[in-house]
Design a protein around this ligand. Structure first.
Ligand code: WQD
Length: 338
């Protein structure tokens, strides 16, 4: 049974579908703090299989122990975490308690089980901050975190790197995502940000759906080709498939070290204006937007060097920016009944 924590979330739900499509049996543990139970119906519609669900916040150590007693956990993909960068600045204690407390409770149960349960950790390219060199490799220096959220990813990786040395046979792969976007081809699951979206693509699709009068582009005076920030937008299904590849790399004993890290991106940078142009191309609509002030904490540019994931993990993205944006728009129209 593969335990997927936060499996009702955006990346988690897509990973559950990929796992089930590859024949894995899945248990989701999710506290419903940032997802609705209907996502389970979407996962079933997308993959033909309804995973098991336990509603639990992983800070509940007794609850986590009961999960390990009730199920034969043979692998873990750990997504469950609070992830709003701005909110984490306002509520650092809650972020460290939730994100690190949950991780530590899982590791305590793995230690008690005396089983080297394969562990995939959801990390983020934010650990690199404003990288000196582009594209960004896994050897790029880790910069001081720009937010408590980003720090929980950095500290989480450090905890895991320390733990593999202490637990015999324990193997971990941390996956550092760039910018996940899009939705499953079935249109049964997708990104469902609760409240006003922080991220660019859901803001674009919600503006086009009429929820907001316009998109604000946070600055066009950056030192980039068109003055707007550059990011590496990766289709969420490509990202989900990478998690299955990483898990199977550990279970088939292919890892070269106990703790491995991979950047997951397309290897191509796209500016904010290029993403808007992609949306207009695939939707045939004109997006209403204005140029506003820069957003605090934004890095100028970040996109992945994909060599290690391509050569070592044997994985590369299959889907284009236009395909990802088209799938995000199809999902938005479905959610809004358009
Ligand atoms: C992308 C670009 C904005 C909204 C964040 C997290 C990161 C990861 C991915 C979790 C930036 C611009 C955005 C808008 C805009 N999440 N933008 N107008 O900041 O690269 O990464 O999400 O791991 O940790 O930090 O993504 O989508 O917020 O912004 O102009 O209304 O779009 O300035 O240049 P970001 P984003």
């Amino acid at each position: 049974m593969i335990l997927v924590t936060g499996g009702l979330g955006f990346i988690g739900s897509h990973t559950v579908v990929s796992l089930q499509e590859k024949g894995h049996e899945v248990l989701i543990v999710d506290d419903l703090s940032n997802a609705t139970i209907e996502v389970l119906d979407g996962i079933e519609a997308a993959s033909g299989t309804r995973p098991k669900l336990e509603v639990l916040n992983l800070q509940d150590s007794v609850g986590v122990a009961e999960i390990f007693q009730a199920y034969n956990i043979t692998g873990i993909i750990h997504f469950a975490a609070a992830k709003a960068v701005g909110e984490s600045v306002q509520k650092p204690i809650a972020y460290y308690q939730n994100n690190l407390g949950s991780l530590l409770n899982l590791l305590a149960e793995i230690e008690k089980s005396h089983k080297p349960i394969p562990f995939i950790f959801s990390s983020s390219c934010t650990v690199y901050g404003e990288a000196e060199t582009l594209p960004i490799t896994e050897r790029a220096p880790i910069q001081p975190a720009m937010s408590p959220y980003g720090n929980t990813k950095q500290v989480g990786e450090e905890i895991l790197a320390d733990t593999v040395n202490a637990l015999e046979g324990f193997r971990v792969i941390s996956l550092r995502y760039f910018n996940p976007i899009g939705a499953h081809a079935s249109n049964a699951i997708g990104e469902l940000p609760l409240g006003k979206p922080q991220n660019l693509v859901p803001f674009i699709t919600q503006t086009a759906a009429g929820l907001y009068p316009k998109l604000t582009v946070f600055g066009n005076d950056y030192p980039t080709a068109d003055g707007t920030n550059v990011r590496d937008y990766i289709h969420v299904v490509d990202l989900a498939e990478a998690h299955v590849v990483a898990l199977e790399r550990i279970t088939s004993n292919e890892t070269s070290e106990a703790y491995e890290v991979f950047n997951l991106g397309t290897g191509k940078g796209s500016s904010v204006l290029e993403v808007i142009q992609s949306f207009e191309r695939v939707s045939g609509l004109k997006l209403t937007y204005e140029i506003g002030d820069r957003r605090a904490g934004d890095v100028v540019a970040a996109y992945a060097d994909t060599k290690k994931a391509n050569e070592v993990l044997g994985w590369k993205t299959q889907r284009s920016l236009d395909e990802a944006i088209a799938s995000a728009w199809a999902w938005e129209k479905k959610v809004r009944g358009l």
